[in-house]
Each structure stands twice: as C-alpha cells, then as structure tokens.
Design a binder for this molecule. Structure first.
Ligand SMILES: *[C@@H]1O[C@H](CO)[C@@H](O)[C@H](O)[C@H]1NC(C)=O
Ligand SMILES: *[C@@H]1O[C@H](CO)[C@@H](O)[C@H](O)[C@H]1NC(C)=O
Ligand SMILES: *[C@@H]1O[C@H](CO)[C@@H](O)[C@H](O)[C@H]1NC(C)=O
Ligand SMILES: CC(=O)N[C@H]1CO[C@H](CO)[C@@H](O)[C@@H]1O
Length: 509
C-alpha cells in the first residue's frame, strides 16, 4: 500500500504543471518564491529590441511552438528585451507589426503568427494581451523584462550612444519614464517576475556617482509602479564590473527585491583565449565554445548561480542592415531558416542538470554535503550501479560526500571513501582510507582536476571512460600544452542540501 501511494505521488509530480510560487523576492544571495522556497532562474534571452521591435523568430514558428521548445530545453524563464522608445515614442509604439516590417520592404510573420500582424507593437510585446505572454504564462515560463537599449537596433558598442546615462540616446528622464510605463503595463501579470533595468552599461561616460544616482532612482520608480518584480542591476564595462558595490551598498527604500547581474562571454577576455590558450591555465580569465562552456558550467554549479543564456534567436529579422542574419552565439536552437535544434543542443540538456545540483537555503532536505559534478556531461558520480563500478549518472542520484581535512572523500554516514584502484584504471569505493590513493586534491591552475597519488608517488587524475564509468588516468595537459582538452578530467566538488532520493522534487528548486 505504501509503495502504491508513493508512486502515485511521483505521477502527480510528473503530470501536473508545476506552479511557480510567485512573486519572487530575495533572501541574502538567494531568489526565493512565496513560502520561502528557493526558485532558481534558468533563463534564455529572447530578443525584441531590434528596429522591428518584435520578438525574434515569429516568422519561423508559431509563438506557442517556440514557448514549448523553451520549456523542453529545460529553461524556466526568458529574459525578454525591449528598447526604451517602445514605451516613450508613440509614433513607433503605435506602428502595427505589419507597418514595422513594411519599413524594411517585407512582411514575414503572417504565416506563422497571423494574430499579431495588425496589432500595434506595444501590444504585440505585452505578455498578458497577445499570445506571447499568455503562452509564456501557460507554459509556466517566468519573464524578466530587460531594458536593452534606448533607440531600437542592434546592441551594444562603446560608441553607439546608448551606453550610459547622458549619451545621445540615453536620456535618464526618458529612461525612467520608459521603466515606469513598462512596470505599470505588467503590474498584476504574475509570470513577469523581474525587470533588468539596463543591459550592459558602457562607453566613455561611465562613472560611479551617476550609476548610484540613476540606478537607485530607476529601481525606486520600478518598485513604485510594480512592487512585485525583482529589480535587476547591471555594472560597468558591458556588465563585467560590479566591483564598486563592495564598498558602497545600493540604498533603496524597499528590501527583498534587489538582484545584480553580471555578464561573461567566451570572448570576454580577448577573442582567442579559449581557442589558443591552455584551458587549465586560463579558465578563470576566459572560441572553442565547449572549452568555455565546460568551465562556465563548473563555476555556475559551484556557485549555484541563477543564470541566463544569450540567446534563443537562431537568426534576426534584420540585424545591422542584413535581413535574416544568423546568430552564431545562440548555439542551441535555430529559429532560423530551418527551425530546429542544433546538434550542439544536446550539451544544453545540461541546464536541467545544472539546476539539479543546487542548494536549498532555508529549506534544506538533508545536511549539507558535496556532490562530485562533471561539467562536460552535467552528471555526478552516482551510487554504485549493477556491476559495482563507479559511474556518472544524474546528480539527483549522487552519493552524498564529505570532504575531510585529510582530503578524503567519504560517503556520508559510512567509512567508505573514494579510492584509486591501485594502478588499475578504475576508481572505486574502498574502506581503508588512510593510504595515499584515498587522498584527493584539486590540482592545476583551474583547480578542476581531482588528483591522487599512487604508492610510487605518481599523480593520477580521475577521468571518465566513454561508457561513463569512473577511471583514473595520467593527468591531462596540466600546463603548456595548449592543444589538448582536459575537460573529461574536470570535476567540481559542489555543495548540496538536496536529498538524492526524491528525484521529482528536482523540477522545482
Ligand atoms: C520617434 O522615433 C522616430 C523614428 O525613429 C523619430 O524620427 C522621432 O524623432 C522619435 N520621436 C521622439 C519624440 O523621440
Ligand atoms: C547522512 O547519513 C545520515 C545517517 O546515515 C542521514 O541521516 C543523513 O540524512 C545523511 N545525509 C545526507 C546528506 O545524505
Ligand atoms: C580493482 O582492481 C582489481 C584488480 O584488477 C579488480 O579485480 C577489481 O574489479 C577492481 N575494482 C573495481 C571496483 O573496479
Ligand atoms: C547577456 C546579454 O544580454 N548579452 C547580449 C544581449 O544582447 C546584445 C545584442 O543585442 C549583445 O550585444 C549583448 O551583449
């Protein structure tokens, strides 16, 4: 009887849509839902700030299909971009979608999204009126409204006059008006959970005084117009620098809503770092997209970050004057010439796993422990399987490890520890944990190799065989060799407070 009951509960979790506990608020560094439950944002950017001011991709597929794809890829949220002029320039905002396209001599969305063709742009953007939003709500996607730019068009450069308060197209009063109107428009739309006040500040005018003055004003304006949303602030230099908030806190009249965002790209530290550099020596300074991605996934899992991917778009209606330009940094799906999922998408199943290793502050299911996360696959070292060999599996089925001061990795509640199996190539769980083959250190500049020493003093590293069993191997490309790829040997010891048993709970943090 008991087992019957528990399997019905599992089914409920599987088949009923998960209702997000909204609105969101913050508690220390965590984003929480109503009732004190953590909600971890796993977002993808959906661009709607081009000259056409319409969410990209609607020429390729119906909105509903796009929304379903977003959910099926494991995202729970979109970062939905908008230009200030959409809210402050009536002659632009009142254009219909058809008229907006006509300026470029073509109309592209009629076949797939006929319901929006004669709708004004501002309404086409609204998630509560037209299908974009009701669809997003229906699919349980949370939405962050991101003010991307003032004057609609491709973003962002140091010289585009949209970079900082006072630039030609960045009038602070107009910006506040735009934010206020946007916040008001979505007041009461529960799946709109946050507003990102301005994307990637940049350019010669950047300075700390203006940042505090205007960001604080902007945050207050948004909060007065819509007290439910999180207010999300960007830093300097394309949002790579938020260091100044360490010394001067942001002062607001309200609490529990403030979030900071930072941006990190494969090219943030120079265009070639990840292509030519040794990834062990450079991973923290930053393209072979996968080298960057594996490092990012390790960091994101370790810090348990809420995150957003740039970008959903496969191609743009018009970008920088070119019709149908491809987006190469949006590697996961093409909402483009051939809508579908790129081969490299399979990597992005990782999004689910990433959210699978998170902590649950305030409401932990079990005592804090470590999981051993493998960024390349998004998997963790799991409980022994049928043949007693250690292997990778879903992080929800991970061993709970503790990492002792003696550098042993013990399975919680037992005397068993992770060991190199002599000079053999397998990793194993053993009981005599005092030998050198039971001491594990994170080595290399990346600190992502889990290494131990054999009896003869030789270092070996934990690695993964093609069949996903855990093996030991000589440590790969620790230094100098820039051509080799160490990522099969990259692991992270990640804090977790989740029970590894209740798998379905992982759907909601
Ligand atoms: C509104 O946008 C149009 C088209 O870009 C521009 O010509 C006009 O000057 C703008 N009006 C205001 C008030 O910014
Ligand atoms: C560790 O084991 C103890 C007892 O064996 C158990 O009560 C506890 O929940 C376990 N903790 C984790 C993190 O699994
Ligand atoms: C460890 O190595 C021994 C000797 O080759 C082998 O018999 C055993 O199966 C290995 N253990 C594991 C868990 O792989
Ligand atoms: C994280 C982020 O928002 N990145 C990009 C968003 O959009 C523009 C294109 O409009 C990029 O240039 C940003 O850097």
């Amino acid at each position: 009887m008991a087992s019957f009951v528990s399997s019905s509960i599992l089914l409920l979790f599987l088949f009923f849509p998960i209702v997000m506990p909204l609105p969101l608020s913050t508690n220390s560094r965590w984003i929480m839902g109503e009732g004190g439950r953590r909600v971890k944002l796993a977002c993808v950017n959906w661009s709607s700030h081009s000259e056409l001011m319409l969410a990209e991709g609607l020429s390729k597929q119906p909105m509903d299909t796009i929304a379903k794809q977003i959910v099926s890829m494991g995202f729970n949220c979109i970062r939905y971009t908008w230009p200030v002029y959409l809210l402050t320039n009536d002659s632009l905002a009142s254009l219909t979608v058809r008229q907006s396209f006509q300026q470029f001599g073509f109309i592209d969305v009629q076949a797939n999204n006929p319901s929006i063709i004669d709708v004004p742009l501002i309404k086409a953007y609204q998630v509560d009126r037209f299908s974009i939003g009701s669809n997003l709500g229906k699919h349980n996607l949370m939405v962050i409204l991101d003010n991307h730019i003032s004057k609609p068009g491709w973003c962002c450069s140091n010289l585009d006059d949209n970079g900082f308060f006072g630039d030609k197209y960045f009038n602070p009063d107009q910006w506040i008006t735009g934010l206020t109107r946007m916040a008001t428009l979505f007041n009461g739309v529960t799946n709109v959970v946050g507003m990102s006040l301005r994307n990637e500040l940049r350019g010669p005018r950047q300075n700390v005084n203006d940042w505090y003055k205007y960001m604080q004003n902007g945050a207050e304006a948004v909060h007065s117009a819509n007290p439910d949303v999180l207010v999300i602030l960007s830093g300097f230099d394309f949002d790579r620098d938020l260091s100044f908030i360490k010394t001067q806190p942001v002062k607001l009249t309200f609490s529990g809503k403030l979030v900071f965002e930072a941006h990190w790209y494969g090219f943030s530290d120079g265009p070639q770092t990840w292509v030519t550099g040794n990834p062990n020596e450079e991973p923290m300074s930053m393209a072979i997209a996968n080298r960057y991605l594996n490092c990012f996934l390790g960091v994101a899992a370790e810090l348990d970050l809420d995150w957003a991917l740039w970008t959903l778009t496969g191609s743009y209606y018009v970008r920088e004057g070119v019709v149908g330009l491809n987006e190469y940094y949006g590697p996961w799906i093409i909402i483009g010439v051939h809508p579908g999922i790129r081969a490299s998408y399979k990597e992005f199943q990782l999004s689910k796993l990433l959210s699978g290793v998170s902590q649950r502050p305030g409401l932990s299911e079990v005592k804090p422990h470590k999981v051993i996360f493998h960024p390349l696959t998004g998997l963790c070292i799991t409980r022994k399987s049928f043949d007693h060999r250690l292997r990778l599996g879903p992080c929800t089925n991970s061993y709970a490890w503790s990492y002792s001061p003696h550098k042993t990795l013990l399975v919680n509640g037992t005397h068993y520890c992770l060991q190199a199996n002599g000079s053999r190539t397998s990793g194993k769980i053993g009981i005599f944990c005092t030998g050198s083959n039971s001491k594990w250190e994170m080595i290399s500049d990346s600190k992502m190799h889990l290494s131990t020493k054999l009896g003869d003093g030789k270092s070996i590293c934990l690695d993964v065989a093609p069949d996903k069993t855990i093996i030991t191997n000589s440590c790969k490309c620790i230094s100098k060799d820039n051509t080799c790829d160490p990522s099969s040997q990259w692991f992270k010891l990640v804090d977790s407070t989740r029970s590894s048993k209740r798998v379905k709970r992982s759907l909601l943090q």
